[in-house]
Write a protein that binds this ligand. Structure first.
Ligand SMILES: [Zn+2]
Length: 217
């Protein structure tokens, strides 16, 4: 497991992009993302659990695995949705449908697309690495949302975790990561909305199975 790229938020916290190379032939590149929204800490704990298990058991997989355990460390620390600028990172990606706006919860979509270091960091990684599947962990809606050609993958994940597949989340999401990666770049992109009522230990039981499925897909 190597640190492939890192950056600092505007308050100086580290964001890390980690990678674990496969030695198999023709591996796919799989990216796991946690904590786009600061008040959804589950992704960081689940990805860190998985990384710990990989290291402890010296696991290797068919696919190349990449991780951003915590995209929004400032929001994570403050337990707030937005980053330190109160920007909802999932509305700050450079997409055709980006709009400058303030949301009901007080977060904004940013001054311009990619105005925020966190979203720019992820956007640059997506454009540099050719990912075959991306899984972004959110909470609390208990659904498997997908963008791009990811219906089969979404259905498999739905079977494992027993949440329904939902193609649209039910409200418009201009500037979202799903639009950036899934719709505009055609990368199968899963937004997994986890329960916020289950313990990390319980969530890890199904998420570990999902991670293992993607690691060998
Ligand atoms: Zn979220």
């Amino acid at each position: 497991m190597n640190i492939l790229k890192q950056t600092k938020t505007q308050t100086g916290k580290n964001i890390e992009f980690l990678g674990l190379n496969s030695t198999a032939d023709n591996p796919k590149n799989i990216l796991f993302i946690g904590v786009t929204h600061g008040e959804e800490p589950q992704g960081k704990f689940l990805i860190e659990n998985f990384i710990r298990e990989i290291k402890e058991k010296n696991l290797s997989f068919k696919n190349n695995l990449f991780f951003i355990p915590c995209l929004n460390p400032d929001g994570f620390e403050k337990k707030q949705r937005g980053n330190a600028n109160n920007v909802d990172l999932n509305r700050n990606f450079k997409t055709k449908n980006w709009i400058k706006t303030t949301f009901d919860d007080g977060t904004t979509s940013g001054e311009k697309p990619f105005s925020e270091k966190e979203s720019l960091f992820l956007g640059e990684i997506v454009d540099k690495y050719k990912f075959d599947i991306i899984l972004s962990l959110h909470a609390p809606f208990e659904i498997v949302n997908f963008d791009g050609n990811a219906k089969d993958i979404a259905e498999k994940i739905s079977e494992i975790i027993n949440y329904p597949v939902q193609e649209s989340i039910g409200y418009p999401t201009p500037g979202s990561f799903g639009t950036f990666a899934g719709i505009e770049r055609n990368i199968p992109t899963i937004t997994l909305e986890l329960s916020d009522k289950e313990s990390i230990e319980t969530l890890y039981k199904s998420c570990r199975e999902i991670f293992m499925y993607l690691a060998t897909a």
